[in-house]
Write a protein that binds this ligand. Sequence first.
Ligand code: ATP
Ligand code: MG
Length: 232
Amino acid sequence: MPTKTDNSFEGRRIGLFGGTFNPIHKGHLTAASQVVRLLELDRIYFIPCATPPHKTARCLAPGKHRLSMIRLALAGSKKMHVSDLEMQRPGPSFSIDTIITVRGKVKPEAALFFILGLDAFLSIHSWKDWFRLMSESCMAVMSRPVQNDKVTGNLVKQLETYLNSTLSLDYIYDELHRCFRHPELQPVYPVEIKPLDISSSHIRNCLKNKLPIEAMVPKAVAAYIKEKGLYL
Ligand code: ATP
Ligand code: MG
């Protein structure tokens, strides 16, 4: 049974995992389960965007299909949930709007963790209202190989370089709690996961070239893609 969509945002430590999920793959799932464990989250919500502000719509499968594939991938999972909040909103899906909506639904003492890979985080300065976004929610930044990377070193070093050179010199690393602190913003947590080298773009490429994708996505997702003839 595919999991149901769930916009309840229950829990005290809540992870929000945004993305295009075009399609969802084992890299997303492995990363999410490691973040749940490492940050001791009660729940993590996958929130597929309707229209991504930073990507071209080319090869973007309709929202209902991307949502269905997440529901299949998360079937049976207790801590992983899927929200269609961004699908219900017209226009481009800005994360700040999502965070504000979620903030309005959760208890005041709830901690929100906006989860994203290093590749995505390194452009957060170009996101709408990034300062407000980072003042409303903690950031959980997962290791991910970054192509054409200008910053090198381990995850903490890479984050430090980016935070201080691009966002604010006021970020200071707190060794004890393993996060970057800022006087006005919520902490940024480097989350050292063992990422799988899988991406949705590679999967779409394989499909276009009639190459197998079964090793990269859950069985039910592979079957769904085949049945609907997606990404051909
Ligand atoms: P695309 O190739 O189309 O950009 P993607 O595989 O990067 O797809 P997205 O939907 O863009 O998937 O990613 C959503 C979030 O998941 C981003 O924050 C991204 O950094 C993270 N992510 C994606 N794949 C992985 C992976 N294999 N390991 C860790 N994080 C990942
Ligand atoms: Mg991506």
